[in-house]
Design a protein around this ligand. Structure first.
Ligand code: ADP
Ligand code: MG
Length: 358
């Protein structure tokens, strides 16, 4: 038989080993390691839950302008309407666009100011989401925007032979002409799509408010699976809802002010840290500091590596504890082995988590 002292010793071993310290520490610490590693790669992940979500995604939706493309437009053509001077067209264009943060607006302001046009007295100003802008320029109600805007104003849409995003200008109910601006695709966007596919992403979908011809040309050039064009901001959100129904996890990548609702809705919202609007960076779960889409597959890789380490820690901690508990129960384990199974395992789990960040 066993005396009381021996029972007490075995019970104490049980008590020491069964402390969940290693288990409780290793999961959050594993995520911290992963978040630290991602930050070294210029990827800001705002929490462990997004790390976990990143391991599950199989569908990626991306905004076009500023995300797949540079978002740095340049004016490639200026076409005043009949009987309108270029000066009149540019005067209104620069004044209306001077208050907008849209990349298209910035390119028009830059172009007009290089030609020595300056902003006129603009009073009331309003952004019309996915369509353009409205303002009072020298007491005249004026608009700059796309064909949807013209349609809303009841003005017939003129033929534009060039490829590019078109900004029509209307003042005092009169059509003044248009400007064509074009954007360039980011150098690394093609490579980024290939790597997402290699990382096991099933479907890559481009969403844009831009014209069909422009959107589809970009989609073809970078190699996305699907492209939805001429979307209003709320229609982008609907596309994400639809994708969430089918997918295990959805990433949305965007940069614009209008992208904030979509960023919130997606399982993982990713914003561009450089080009991105403050509101989109705020709304996002992950921020890519240098705006390079290749970082997206890197983030997925880091998240998966982090998850592997966390699983290793859990299996190791539970395994060692189970063995020592068993040995303790039949009287083989010593208190020193019990201490190892608790503090030792916790330390090893911490070191394993740090390995990720090394
Ligand atoms: P995207 O980022 O996909 O272009 P947006 O919703 O930001 O989507 O814009 C959609 C479209 O609305 C643009 O392609 C452009 O035609 C028009 N638009 C938006 N803002 C402006 C602006 N400030 N000036 C002229 N057109 C604009
Ligand atoms: Mg945008």
């Amino acid at each position: 038989g066993m005396n009381f002292g021996e029972w007490l010793y075995r019970a104490s071993i049980f008590l020491v080993v069964s402390c969940p310290c290693a288990l409780v520490i290793s999961v959050p610490l594993g995520y911290f390691g992963g978040i630290g590693k991602a930050s070294k790669f210029g990827i800001l992940v705002k929490g462990g839950n997004y790390m976990e979500a990143l391991t599950k995604v199989d569908t990626v939706l991306l905004d076009k302008t500023g995300t797949i493309t540079e978002g740095k437009f340049s004016v490639s053509n200026v076409q005043p309407a009949e009987g309108v001077s270029e000066a009149e067209l540019l005067d209104f264009a620069i004044s209306l666009e001077s208050l907008s943060n849209h990349p298209i607006a910035k390119s028009i302001v830059k172009y007009a100011s290089q030609k020595n046009f300056s902003v006129k007295n603009i009073l009331v100003y309003e952004e019309i989401a996915g369509k353009g802008v409205k303002g009072m320029v020298n007491d005249i109600v004026a608009y700059a925007g796309n064909d949807k805007l013209l349609k809303d104003l009841g003005i017939s849409i003129p033929e534009v032979p060039q490829i590019g995003s078109v900004v029509f200008v209307v003042a005092g109910g009169k059509y003044l002409g248009y400007l064509v601006v074009s954007d360039t695709i980011k150098e690394s966007s093609v490579e980024a799509m290939k790597r997402l596919k290699a990382a096991g992403i099933k479907e890559i979908i481009m969403l844009t408010g831009d014209k069909k011809e422009v959107g589809e040309a970009v989609a073809k050039a970078v190699g996305v699976d699907k492209a939805y064009t001429e979307l209003l901001p709320h229609e982008k959100v609907e596309q994400i809802e639809a994708a969430k129904q089918k997918a295990k996890g959805v990433i949305f990548v965007g940069d614009g002010l209008n992208d904030a609702p979509a960023l919130v809705l997606a399982d993982v919202g990713v914003a561009m840290g450089g080009m991105g609007a403050d509101l989109s960076i705020e709304a996002a779960d992950v921020v890519i500091m240098n705006d390079d889409l290749v970082k997206l597959s890197e983030a997925i890789g880091i998240a998966r590596g982090t998850q592997r380490i966390i699983v290793q820690n859990i299996v190791f901690a539970l395994g060692v504890k189970a063995v020592v508990l068993l040995l303790g129960a039949i009287g083989i384990a010593t208190m020193w082995e019990a201490v190892f199974a608790d503090v030792g395992v916790a330390l090893l789990a911490i070191m394993n988590s740090m390995r990720n960040n090394a």
